[in-house]
Design a protein around this ligand. Structure first.
Ligand code: SAH
Length: 272
């Protein structure tokens, strides 16, 4: 157990909510603040993407409250989850809202924080390692590399109703960012890759998919922008998955420490 006092970690006050990022899966990627909160929370309200091994770190006796889809029923509505957090805090609980990755990256942490602020409930945000950073690191793909890119863009391939977001300017994305990291994009991948190519991106640019990153079921598929949607379907790549487009993907050939250490992942075709 960590010595919270010596580290100067803040007290988790009853009646407050901590919005905490659990990282992409591997429990080793949790922050000390997340571990500290898990050891003290009365209730842990968690999402589908939180790894069960992380929930196992909760204080014995903590209530584990699942806020994702249940038995084919639709997910609880966001206002219902926020209302639940407020109610629990107002009844004097230490409420840990645990989300996959980082709570402020495509995670609706902002919406929940706004609801807590409006209700006057004290809260803290604990960042986590987002899948687009940690997942790429576990695939041996550096997000930036001096000779390859000096900018990165994070994009979501889904809006709240599951369609492609209409606010995205694909032409600007294709032209403006040497590296694109796409979340929630597996479903619409054929459409997305076609849009990028139509906007001028080379069909033979390297691209990769990291599925179930940082978990024991991690799989990486390396391909080309023009081929990756078909390759993903053929390889039956499953969500959650991060898609990355850009020259940095080539570095995986030398930097893939993970599959070397844990053979059995999907071996990609080497890029030359
Ligand atoms: N807040 C999260 C993102 C939530 S949106 C974060 O910061 O990571 C959900 C999307 O995140 C998934 O559709 C997928 O694109 C990505 N994702 C989350 N966990 C992942 C994982 N272990 N491996 C690959 N992608 C993941």
């Amino acid at each position: 157990m960590i010595d919270s006092e010596r580290l100067g970690l803040p007290e988790f006050h009853p009646g407050s909510v901590w919005l905490v990022g659990a990282g992409p899966g591997d429990p080793g990627l949790l922050s000390l603040l997340a571990l500290h909160a898990l050891a003290r929370a009365d209730t842990v309200v968690y999402d589908a993407l939180v790894d069960p091994r992380i929930l196992g770190l909760a204080r014995p006796g903590a209530v584990l409250d699942y806020a994702g889809k249940r038995g084919g029923k639709p997910s609880p509505r966001q206002p219902d989850i926020s209302a639940r957090l407020i109610r629990l805090a107002q009844s004097g609980k230490r409420v840990l809202r645990l989300k996959g990755g980082d709570p402020f990256v495509f995670g609706r942490g902002g919406e929940e924080g706004l609801a807590l602020a409006a209700a006057g409930v004290p809260f803290r945000i604990v960042p986590g390692i987002t899948a687009g950073i940690g997942g790429l690191a576990y695939a041996g793909i550096p997000l930036t590399h001096r000779s390859a890119n000096s900018a990165v863009t994070f994009v979501t391939g889904h809006n709240s109703s599951g369609a492609l977001p209409d606010g995205l300017d694909w032409n600007a994305l294709a032209r403006g960012s040497p590296v694109l990291v796409l979340y929630m994009a597996l479903k619409h991948l054929p459409h997305i890759t076609a849009r990028l190519i139509a906007a001028g991106r080379a069909a033979d640019e390297p691209a990769a998919i990291v599925s179930k990153a940082t978990t024991a079921a991690q799989r990486v598929l390396v391909s080309l922008l023009g081929e990756i949607a078909d390759a993903a379907a053929a390889a039956k790549i499953e969500p959650p998955a991060i898609i990355v487009v850009g020259e940095i993907v080539r570095l995986r050939a030398a930097l893939d420490w993970h599959d070397r250490e844990y053979p059995g992942g999907l071996r990609p075709e080497p890029l030359d």
